[in-house]
Design a protein around this ligand. Sequence first.
Ligand SMILES: C[S@@+](CC[C@H](N)C(=O)[O-])C[C@H]1O[C@@H](n2cnc3c(N)ncnc32)[C@H](O)[C@@H]1O
Length: 208
Amino acid sequence: MINTYQIIQKDPEPLIRRLHNHAQNHNSDYYYQIRSQHDLDDRVEIAARFIYLNKTCYNGLWRVNSKGEFNVPIGSYKNPTICQPEVLRACHAALQRVDVRLRDFRKLDAGEDDFIYFDPPYHPLDETSFTSYAKNGFDSRDQEGLRDICLKLDKRGAKVMVSNSDTRLIRDLYRSKDFKIEEVKAPRLVNCKADKRGAVGELIITTY
Ligand SMILES: C[S@@+](CC[C@H](N)C(=O)[O-])C[C@H]1O[C@@H](n2cnc3c(N)ncnc32)[C@H](O)[C@@H]1O
């Protein structure tokens, strides 16, 4: 994802050309052929594959196996929008004043006058919920570590916002005078059960 943002930031045109190519060739065999390319070197190719799979896979889901290989089957879209040149060019313009980096959240350094929004892997609503964003996952100790970082940044004078699912663990972690918890209904597309794909309860947690 971060590679994709960096490629769009630098120059979206080679990416747009590659995506046009994916769009022209798109069919089931082609999808599985691109899906199996786990060892690409070229960063534009990697970004194009990321967007192509995201636009054509089942429910736009990102899931990997234990080897870290993307393994979502093809979705049933009649006419998926694979290449949106104007959207990519608009993103390119918007990203010109942005510093896009891949970092562990624990390494974040911020202080007074900073606003930080964390959008972490969500804590599962139940055991069958989809949570594996990465091959090593994001467990309750990571959730606790994130809460501790929020407290640290708050003490340094930063303003912090976190979104997460509305679960007992998350409510317990942030139940303190340092945080304000607000419930919101957020639309969710990524769920295998259509009846659970509607609005779900989420929490917006702030230090201010
Ligand atoms: C809910 S998604 C965020 C999606 C993003 N806001 C967007 O709009 O595309 C959670 C992200 O946290 C990343 N992540 C997992 N562990 C992390 C860690 N230790 N430090 C930083 N990011 C992490 C995952 O790779 C995933 O991309």
